[in-house]
Design a protein around this ligand. Structure first.
Ligand SMILES: Cc1ncc(COP(=O)(O)O)c(C=O)c1O
Length: 405
């Protein structure tokens, strides 16, 4: 079925996940769009080569590998449909998507507002490269809500959200932020990796740009790097597409294929991540070693009410704060001895992960105060009871080692 027919039918997200972004008739009946490994695309005749390139780029035609191939266009079409936006641009990683999207709007002498809960490399990009180019970044309290109006200046070029923050999980009042920014014609961008477009629809809440580190849940198997930027409207889409083009950024063909393959099962995987994550989060709440569980679907998480209002689900990533300042050796005994949790910075794959986090080192607009260490967990697709047993043994090591110190 053509994309237009699919959209006209008002199909449900699970159906769209199976059908968007593929056209077997174009590829000899193959169910999936094949991997196009390609730099040069030959043109018929000099006339067409000289006259057509720019115009064909603007129509998203297949003119050169870096500018898009049938594989990348397929994934872009599918993601745009799932997000409900005008169009999607793929990038080589999630961080590249964030950097390209911000560069599409930032300009020398301009000012951008970025949530204090943002992923650390996003901050590094703002404080480093953007600052060097004369762009001022002001961090704001993720719980600022409508108060963002007081931070918007005539030279503000973008507001950047990450909700929930992927380390500390504050949920932002996105409609309030979007309304304040819209009144000043400032675009609002969101790193929507945690929820994916299945659990949060940023455009329905008035935001303008939705970014995915597709490396995480879209790919879903920890085997590719990929980013996507989706714009609600055509003008913003082209502003972004031309920026990605100018920067020479492009998603690799195999990674784009893996993104397409992952997308087909995104919904079923997310449901299981949600169930397993909630079971683990509720179990952590019962543990005396844990002071707070930062899971947006639980009332103890800042902004939980906003999650209930705006989101339709929760993925498998959350943090806990320990009840006391355990000695480092005790913490290491707990974490290093876990058998089913890898220590790894990414997430969104089928496997469970844990890392220590240090928001106290990065915050500037707000202060991070907690009695004990923060541990961030990604809950994978394993049996949750096995994960709980592994963690139970971990807490026993933590207490035993702390008592011996
Ligand atoms: C919230 C968030 N955004 C963006 C990124 C960057 O994605 P990538 O690793 O694909 O560059 C990450 C990676 O961990 C992330 O956690």
């Amino acid at each position: 079925m053509a994309k237009k027919d699919l959209e006209d039918k008002d199909l449900k997200p699970d159906t769209l996940l199976s059908h968007l972004g593929r056209d077997p008739a174009r590829f000899g009946g193959a169910v999936n769009t094949p991997v196009f490994r390609c730099s040069t695309v030959l043109t018929e005749g000099m006339e067409r080569f000289e006259a057509g390139r720019e115009r064909r780029f603007e129509k998203n035609e297949f003119v050169y590998g870096r500018l898009g191939t049938p594989t990348t266009f397929s994934l872009e079409e599918a993601l745009a449909g799932i997000e409900g936006g005008h169009g999607t641009v793929l990038t080589s990683s999630g961080l590249a998507a964030i950097a390209c999207a911000l560069l599409a709007f930032a300009e020398a002498g301009g000012h951008i507002l970025v949530t204090d809960s943002a992923y650390e490399p996003t901050r590094r990009f703002c404080d480093g490269l953007l600052a060097r180019l004369g762009v001022e970044t002001e961090y704001y309290d993720p719980l600022i809500g409508a108060g963002i109006a007081g931070r918007l200046r005539p030279e503000t070029r973008a507001v950047f959200c990450e909700s929930p923050g992927s380390l500390t999980f504050e949920v932002q009042d996105l409609p309030a932020i979007a309304a304040a920014a819209k009144a000043k014609r400032v675009p609002v961008l969101i790193d929507n990796t945690w929820a994916t477009p299945l659990f949060l629809k940023p455009f329905d809440l008035g935001l303008d740009v939705s970014i995915q580190a597709a490396t995480k849940y879209v790919v879903g198997h920890s085997d590719a790097m990929l980013g996507s930027i989706t714009a609600a409207e055509e003008a913003l889409y082209w502003q972004i597409r031309k920026t990605v083009y100018a920067l020479g950024n492009a998603a690799g063909p195999d990674d784009a294929y893996l993104g397409l393959r992952g997308l087909r099962t995104l919904s079923v995987r997310l449901q299981r991540h949600q169930e397993n994550g909630l079971k683990l989060a509720r179990w952590f709440e019962t543990r005396p070693e844990v002071r707070q569980v930062l899971h947006p679907a639980l009332p103890g998480c800042p902004g939980h009410e906003l999650w209930r209002r705006d989101f339709s689900g929760a993925s498998g990533l959350f943090s806990i704060v320990l009840a006391e300042d355990y000695p480092r050796a005790a913490l290491a005994a707990m974490v290093d001895g876990l058998e089913l949790f890898g220590i790894g910075a990414s997430w969104g794959g089928y496997e469970s992960l844990v890392i220590p986090g240090h928001p106290e080192h990065t915050r500037t607009a707000t202060e991070w105060q907690a009695p004990g260490a923060l541990l961030r967990f990604h809950i994978g697709l394993e049996d949750p009871d096995d994960l709980i047993a592994d963690l139970e043994a971990g807490f026993a090591r933590l207490s035993a080692r702390a008592a011996a110190e």
